[in-house]
Design a protein around this ligand. Structure first.
Ligand code: TRP
Length: 350
């Protein structure tokens, strides 16, 4: 009953890739064993940049759930949270927005980076910066204690911690000197959540420069075929010319070696020979990396195929319906607590 509660999620933007796996997905699948897990599909956030594309967002939403199930998310143990179905999140976003100075929100480094990456200029929607506050509400509506995410999301969790402390202080009388871990014991509605960064905080893409991301067209997808994987890994550029050239251990190829070869001893041997240029070719290492990635995603590819087509869509929709009932009950209960703390419980709690 007292398993620590987790909330994390993804924005539906297309297929998941191996950067998602090492950054967070792998953690989530493992944490299902001994944590109370909530996995959120941030489909409302998808509208912040694609408001005119509801059909694509709906398709990406179903695809995201399919990718999760294929990767090992277990709907018997974890609760799927479809953001647009949980009305309490929208209401809580509004309340939390009043506790954050607008400049604080606009200074969020992840938000700034996205404005640059997506080249949104100054024509982005009002809702775009608001999504960061919405993300705080996602986490707090479930009173989560842990948030397993990739390194790029740490800034959002930090903002969530700030707003949770502020809510507890302003509306629940929690003294400002209270340790984060003691907020609920001191009468706060919200635990102060902690980020849990994945094994590889930031995986470089196959361009060897930027973070792996769908929008950068540099990703290896969980659903890629064996041939796709081989071809993509073969494209990794290292700048080495000969098998006796000393190689850089921080090259993208060696990052993949560390991220995906299952045997740590083999990783050490390869690093050692590569660094010294001990008669080892990039091609040889690439073949080994491609084989390891393929072995990782092969079972996912197989499970994913079971959700193909309209029958697969129907299964996912059934699942989302059932899980929405569970998730709404939790978030509604939190909202009642928050409204009461804010002296907004005029008509009484539900
Ligand atoms: N912003 C996250 C991403 O795009 C998705 C997300 C939305 C999220 N709400 C969340 C992640 C709450 C963790 C917790 O990857």
């Amino acid at each position: 009953m007292s398993r620590p509660r987790i909330l994390t999620g993804d924005t539906p933007t297309g297929r998941l890739h191996i950067g998602h796996w090492v950054g967070s997905l792998e953690n989530r699948v493992r944490l299902q064993d001994d944590h109370d897990c909530y996995f959120l599909i941030a489909n409302v956030h998808a509208f912040t940049t694609r408001a005119a594309d509801p059909a694509a967002i709906r398709r990406d939403t179903l695809d995201l759930v399919k990718d999760w199930l294929a990767a090992g998310v277990d709907p018997e143990r974890a609760t799927l949270v479809l953001q647009s179905e949980i009305r309490a999140i929208a209401e809580l976003t509004w309340y939390l927005a009043m506790l954050l100075p607008v400049n604080r929100v606009l200074r969020n480094p992840t938000l700034r980076a996205e404005l640059d990456d997506k080249q949104l200029g100054d024509s982005y929607s009002f809702g775009f910066p608001l999504y960061t506050v919405g993300q705080c509400a996602d986490i707090l509506a479930f009173r989560a204690e842990l948030v397993p995410v990739g390194a790029d999301q740490a800034a959002h969790v930090e903002m969530c911690r700030e707003v949770a402390r502020r809510f507890d202080q302003v509306y629940c009388g929690v003294p400002p000197t209270t340790a984060d871990a003691d907020h609920v014991a001191a009468g706060g509605v919200f635990p102060i959540p902690e980020a849990m960064i994945g094994r590889v905080g930031r995986l470089v893409g196959i361009d060897g420069v930027r973070k792996m991301s769908k929008s950068m067209a540099n990703a290896i997808y969980l659903s890629d075929s064996t041939q796709d994987i081989r071809a993509k890994v073969a494209r990794l550029h290292t700048g080495r010319q000969a098998i006796t050239d000393p190689g850089a251990l921080d090259s993208s190829l060696m990052q993949y070696v560390r991220a995906f070869l299952p045997d740590p001893e083999r990783v050490r041997v390869l690093e050692n020979r590569y660094a010294r240029g001990d008669h080892i070719g990039d091609g040889e290492i690439k073949a080994e990396v491609a084989t390891a990635i393929d072995a990782l995603v092969a079972p996912m590819r197989e499970r994913r195929a079971a959700f193909d087509g309209a029958r697969g869509d129907a299964r996912v929709l059934d699942l989302l319906r059932a899980h929405t009932v569970r998730a709404s009950a939790v978030a509604d209960a939190t909202l009642d607590l928050a409204r009461a703390a804010m002296q907004l419980d005029f008509a009484g709690a539900r």
